[in-house]
Design a protein around this ligand. Structure first.
Ligand SMILES: [Zn+2]
Length: 121
């Protein structure tokens, strides 16, 4: 089953749910980064299959190692609009949106803090 894909110009990728229908939104700038595009699409495909907040949050936590890719950080730096939308899961016009951009961002931040603490020991 191939979900509908909608191109956007912010964030990285989102799974959107409205009235029982789910589809994927992907930042079109990711097309220039085929490996990141693949990671993002595969990740969102996982959300399409999952139901409920908890199972989606657990899925994000479990796949976070895949998403903590330094290339995403570079993508954020080159495409600052990818940093828009900062909540992992939120509601927009009654639609539920699952958002990996913020998860990668927070992970990067935590890793950066972790490394600097570790290096200073
Ligand atoms: Zn996710």
């Amino acid at each position: 089953m191939k979900p509908k894909i909608e191109w956007i110009d912010y964030g990285i990728a989102f799974t959107v749910e409205d009235k029982g229908t789910r589809w994927i939104q992907i930042n079109k700038a990711l097309l220039e980064y085929p490996d990141l595009y693949k990671i993002a699409l595969e990740h969102e495909m996982g959300h399409i299959k999952r139901n409920g907040y908890l199972s989606n949050i657990l899925y994000d936590i479990m796949s976070s190692w895949k998403l903590s890719n330094l290339k995403f950080l570079k993508f954020h730096i080159k495409n600052p609009r990818s940093l828009l939308a900062s909540m992992p899961i939120y509601k927009e016009n009654g639609k539920i949106v699952y958002n990996i951009s913020s998860i990668t961002m927070w992970l990067m931040l935590l890793i950066a803090i972790g490394v600097s603490v570790w290096v200073n020991i």
